[in-house]
Design a protein around this ligand. Sequence first.
Ligand code: NAP
Length: 338
Amino acid sequence: MTKKILVVFGATGNQGGSVIDTFLSNPHLASHYHLRAVTRDASRPAVKALQAKGAEVVEGDVDDTASLARVLDGAHIVFLTTMSIYDEQLRQREERQVRAVVDAIATGGTSKTVRQIIFSSLPDATSISGGKYQVQAFDSKYWLEHNVIRPWAASHGIRTAFYAPGVFFQNLHGWLRPQPVETKTSTATATTATTATTTTSTTTTTTTKYAIRSPYLPMTAFPWTDASADTGKWVAAAVEEPEKYDGSVFCGATRVYTMEEVVQAVSRATGKTVVLETAPLPEATTHGALQAMTQFLNEFPYYGDDQEGKLRWAQEQARPFGALTTLEEYLARNPLVL
Ligand SMILES: NC(=O)c1ccc[n+]([C@@H]2O[C@H](COP(=O)([O-])OP(=O)(O)OC[C@H]3O[C@@H](n4cnc5c(N)ncnc54)[C@H](OP(=O)(O)O)[C@@H]3O)[C@@H](O)[C@H]2O)c1
């Protein structure tokens, strides 16, 4: 049987890596799909690990149009995620990346073989906030979904599906990682006396308190996901039934957690005192893209209207490919060493 070639952009990253793992660890999927992992540098150890699992590795760069013909050669399905850098160029950069890939499919003749594109999108935060916030990191992907991918795919007879992931648990190992904020040293003296001697011993204990520093409030609640473990489950659903899911959006997350719940789970998992410290973003990151995003998330539901319904539907579609990862499971599998 000829396997369908599934091209995975961002294969060494959270989302793409999950697609590779999900497909190669599932005997049915592994026997029906040939996984082609795209990376800019195939010599890296992480890439060797992908090869060892059974993925084909092809070097390619969305900023190097010539490399995309090689990446897309004979492809049947494309999983595409953009690479965000949170600066003023975010929107233009993401548009350039997406247009480079769809143009390469159309002009390289691959439009004859590519039957489906699955794009990592996000909700339209500007509309959800009634125009109060311009959340570039979200809107850029939503705009690309609606103004580039959907019309382009329709005109080429290519099916689509969209994955709109929640907030990644992986941020807890990144910008939301607990930081030491206070170290206390306490000394206890104990005296033991017998009829003959008196002994005094001193014990010094040092305890460090940690804080997750972010602009989020304790009751700020958003949907969270383990992007490295669970993305592939929605992609698997989409490729297995392309007609059923044509044009669908998977609001991919395990559940909604408040920041307070997140902090408590991190405290339990690490055995340390971890608190939430609500503070503005550092000056260096206040260029707008991240600032607006955090303000939006403090005030509005991530997925807009009927968030719970959208989450429930997406969770049901992923179920045949395994249980979604809870925060506690994520922290157990990826210990935070403080
Ligand atoms: N963090 C969150 O909570 C969150 C939530 C929702 C959505 N998102 C979105 O998720 C996206 C990031 O996804 P991720 O976390 O899965 O990625 P990631 O782990 O940061 O990895 C980035 C991937 O992009 C690849 N890459 C970078 N530049 C490239 C280029 N010029 N050409 C080809 N590949 C390139 C890298 O591959 P090589 O280095 O191997 O070339 C790597 O595999 C962003 O768009 C972000 O906005 C994030």
